[in-house]
Every structure is written in C-alpha cells, then in structure tokens.
Design a protein around this ligand. Structure first.
Ligand code: CS2
Length: 471
C-alpha cells in the first residue's frame, strides 16, 4: 500500500486533506495510508494515539451539519516520542510516495516575498551546521531526501498545502537554497531534479482553532469526547497541480480539481479570501470584535470588505474561464458571516509579517503602479501597523503573535511616537522593499489612515472613507 506522510497534524489538516482522504476511503477508492507527523508540540500526536488514531470532524453551516469519522491514519509520530531517527527513517521508506505539508507560512523560512532562505529564522542556521540532526521543517525534508537518495527509495512528491503563492515552487526553492548551504556538494540537488516533484496546491476551508465551546458542541453531537476532533464549515476546496512523480490518489473523484496550473485559483483565494480575512482580523481586533462573524455583522465593515474584494483585489487577478468572481465574493461574505463558527480575529491576525505580502502587498503594488486608488488595502496596512504596537486604541494589550515580534516591539519602544514607528516599519521592513512603497506620498497616506483610525475611531473612520469614495 502506498503511503502519504503528512507533516503538520493541525486542525486544518484534519478538517481538509484527511476528510478528502476519508471520503475516498468511504467510496472504497483509497488504497493509501496516512502517516501523520508533528515536529513542534507532541501533544496532539499523543492524544491521537490515545484515541487509536481516530477522530471526527463536525462540518456545519446554517443549512447542514455532517460528521466525518476519520480512520485512515495508520501511524502518528513525533521525534520526541519516537526518536528523530525513526521519524526520518519512516519518511524515507519506499512506500512513502507523497509527503504533504501544512506547517504555516513561517516554517518555509523564506523572506522577501518567499524568495530567499532566511538563515536567521528558527533552527535554520544551526541545521546548516548539523544537517544530519535536523530540527526545522526544511532541513528535515532535506535529510529525508538525502536518505532516500542513499537508499534508492524512489521518487516522492512534496505537496505543499500552505497559503503561499506557488507553494510548491517556494518549497523547492527553500530546499535548494538550504541544501546548497548545508550539504557539501550538489549530488543531492541532482538527485532531487530527477526524483522529486513539487506540486503546488490551493487549499480552502475555514477551520477555527478549537475552543471549549466547540469541544462541548462536538462532544454533544458525537455523544463522547474527542480530543483530536475539529469543528469547521461545510465548504471545502482543493485545487492541485497534477504533477506527481510516483502516483497519487484519485482526488478528483471526491471533488478536487486536478489542474496544470494552480496559480490563478491560488491568487484569487489568497487575495480575496485571505486578503479579506487579514483585513477583518486587524480592523476587527482594533474595533474590539472577537470573531470574524462579529466584524461582518457591522454593515460598514461588510461594505468595506466587499469593496476590498471587488474594487481592489479582484482588479489584480487573472480569472480562469467559467469562474464567476462576483458570486465567489458573495459566497465568501456568506462564509465569513457563519456565526456557528467562532473564528477568532486574533487567530487570523497572527503571523502577519508572513502573510501581508501575498495577501495585500502584491496586489497593492500592481494597483499603485497603475495609479489606482486602494483605500481599503491601505487602511488594512494602517490597522496592521497599529496592531504591531501591541496595544489597541484604548491602550489595552493585544494578544500579538508574530515571528518578528521582537523586531516590531523594539521599533515601537525606541520610536518617539507611534507615527515614527509606523514610518520606520514602512521604510525598513523587507516586505515593503519596493519603490512604490518607498514613495513619500504612499507612506503619508498610510500615516493619515493610522491617525484617522486612532482619532475618529475604527468604524466611523472606515464609514467616512467609504462615503468619500462614493461621493
Ligand atoms: C486564515 C486562513 O488564519 C488565517 O490566516 O486566513 O487560515 C483561512 O481561514 C483559510 O486559508 C481558509 O481556507
């Protein structure tokens, strides 16, 4: 039996790729097994083992509620429990022909719009010195490929399922840059070019982090507790580049789209869905809204999100034939309003330094270069800059999480005012390294939005801007 090994047994993987796999298995069309690996906390792996590798996914919206019982995981591993060598050995077995990933943007350890390996990130520098005791995701994968080469273990497809544009290319580039630094020669790179493929994929499903309310609901629905179970929306989508070097499941038979080029789907999803999500997250956090649905219940914000999607972001995407952009935007608004899910603004706001480039800045750059006005994108940036101060408008601390937190903290601490801190970030932070963002007019507009949001208040300020645009 062929095996998919997956790195990142988080809520999203459980509710997305494992549900697709389970649907195939339920149709007797899944001659594959899953091995799930975590490299960060071992807690979820322990819990999964305690429940015999089974768990359930409750999928719900206003119209329907359905449970998927997942039983296709055959092994769950963690280096702290099983030993690093055993994990690496398992991933290097011949029957593992796909290794998929949901590890979030930062684990790719790339900077400047995912172009260059960030050697200062996490364990990368120490892994470059000790590539045979890897700790970071990229170096674990490099080590697995090295072992596969030595043992002639055959081809493998590395399938990225993270919200990064051209995620397959980014993964390949991260690995190549790392291997060039960590390994003495190019033998491994030559082997990779013949034996490894890097399909890109666009994944979509709203899966809030579990909280006690969701756990109770799940327990009530199932009639028993489930420490690994998740609650998510009914909608799901997976568009996959059909570029597998050593076989793949028949994902198309459960509704996945197998395509030659994923980029257009990915761009639409990243800019409209994720771009709107980040906007909702920062504006919502500053406005004191705890969830996405709460933000969307405020008409001004709903109107602003619609404007962001249809008048700004959608002007920058290529639309695949047959794709209905306005009904896509409507369906996104509907999904964001799903009050049955408590999708926290603080969850989406996390790791913004890794997200805003693909969600906002690439489209903003295109729009500005074409002399288009983009108030909603610019207000989003202003809200993010205020969020980075670590305080909301009332001066209360924000639960602020970002891999660059220390860097932003230091800027705010050393700056004479919040405005100078915001200006320093706009001038120095690598995501803004582009001439349009370095122009004084752009930076002044953002500062004006920061001041407006602070002095007028979030909702009235956004309302004023919407009114000005309309008039
Ligand atoms: C969200 C995504 O947390 C975030 O950044 O924007 O996880 C989003 O819910 C998914 O991409 C939806 O498919």
């Amino acid at each position: 039996m062929k095996t998919i090994a997956h790195i990142g047994f988080g809520a999203f993987h459980r509710a997305h790729q494992l549900v697709y796999g389970q649907e195939l298995a339920d149709n007797d069309n899944f001659p594959w097994r899953y091995i799930c690996v975590n490299l960060n906390s071992s807690r979820d792996i322990t819990l999964l083992r305690e429940q015999n590798l089974r768990f359930s996914v409750l999928q719900r919206d206003d119209n329907a509620e359905q449970v998927c019982d997942v039983n296709i995981v055959q092994q769950a591993l963690h280096p702290e429990i099983d030993g690093l060598d055993y994990v690496l050995k398992t991933l290097s077995q011949t029957d593992v022909t796909i290794i998929s990933l949901t590890v979030t943007e930062k684990a790719y350890a790339m900077k400047q719009g995912f172009q260059f390996l960030d050697e200062d990130f996490g364990y990368i520098r120490s892994d470059i010195q000790n590539p045979f005791s890897p700790r970071s995701v990229v170096s674990v994968l490099a080590n697995v490929l090295y072992r596969r080469m030595i043992h002639n273990a055959g081809g493998v497809s590395l399938l990225s399922c993270d919200n990064i544009p051209q995620n397959g290319h980014v993964l390949k580039s991260a690995l190549e840059q790392y291997i060039r630094k960590a390994y003495a020669d190019t033998v491994l790179l030559d082997w990779i070019s013949e034996h490894v493929s890097f399909p890109s994929s666009m994944v979509d499903r709203i899966v809030p982090a579990m909280n006690s309310e969701a756990r109770h609901l799940l327990e009530h629905t199932l009639g028993h507790s489930d420490a690994c179970g998740v609650v998510c929306e009914n909608f799901k989508q997976w568009v996959i580049e059909d570029n597998f070097i050593n076989g793949r499941p028949q994902w198309e038979s459960v509704g996945c789209l197998m395509v030659d080029v994923v980029a257009p789907y990915e761009m639409i999803k990243l800019r409209l869905l994720n771009g709107a999500h980040s906007w909702i997250a920062y504006i919502g956090t500053l406005a004191g809204c705890e969830t996405v649905a709460e933000v969307m219940a405020i008409p001004v914000f709903q109107q602003a999100v619609k404007r962001l999607m249809l008048d700004e972001q959608s002007q920058t995407v290529d639309i695949p034939s047959g794709f209905e952009l306005s009904s896509y935007a409507d369906s996104l608004l509907h999904r964001f309003m799903n009050g049955l899910l408590r999708h926290k603004t603080s969850q989406i706001a996390m790791d913004g330094s890794q997200k805003i480039s693909q969600r906002w800045l690439l489209s903003l750059k295109t729009l500005l270069e074409n002399e288009r006005v983009c108030p909603m994108l610019e207000i989003g940036i202003a809200a993010w800059l205020i969020y980075l101060s670590g305080r909301d408008l009332g001066g209360n601390e924000i639960d602020f999480q970002d891999p660059q937190k220390d860097y932003f903290r230091k800027i705010y601490k050393n700056a004479q005012s919040t405005d100078t801190a915001a200006l320093t970030i706009l001038s120095e932070f690598n995501a803004f390294e582009c001439s349009v963002f370095q122009q004084a007019e752009f930076q002044q507009r953002i500062l004006k939005h920061c001041q407006g949001l602070r002095s007028v208040g979030i909702e009235p300020y956004v309302a004023n801007i919407l009114e000005t645009i309309a008039s």
